[in-house]
Design a protein. Sequence first.
Length: 199
Amino acid sequence: MACASEDKNKEEKIFVGAAEVCGDVFADPLAEMVEKVTGDTVFFAESSKGMEKVVTALKEGYESGRPWAAGDTLCLLHPKGAKQTDEGGVKFSMYAPQDLEDEGLPAGQEFYTMGVQSSVGRGNASLYFECVTPQLKGSDATPLRIHGGFGRGESDAPDTREYRNLNMTILHAVSLKLVRELGCENNGGLPKSPVLTPK
């Protein structure tokens, strides 16, 4: 009998709270922030292998010698009962140097001072930073250029400084987890606590 109940416990959950949606990517206190900005508390369970996929994609992108690479999605946020198109989450890619030369931002977006470049909008945040790591040969001369993006999906949350800061705080925290996985020197130039200062 014990075996049967153990098997039942091992069954995959279909819906989970933000703290479990992609393993522990949004562990407390991030889970509360994610629930606040999305306006949702129950999400489709996603694989906990997102970090592995992102690390592999960034390393392969860097080692390809190309100036940019598509990267991968670290975590999808798809709320229970939401439309198929209502999808938020966190994604990381490798950006080309010229990606930062365009100083224009879409309407409603604003620059923050953190990282190489960062910006926030009503429902998103964007963060560019560089990683020098012993895991990548040559990164001491040419750092791995990482672009992280967070989107909250469809939400009735207001467009206020508090919510913009939450978008960036979530992205900053997940970016710190990524730089630890990659072994980036000096946390990839990111501060231990998010700097939420508009430029």
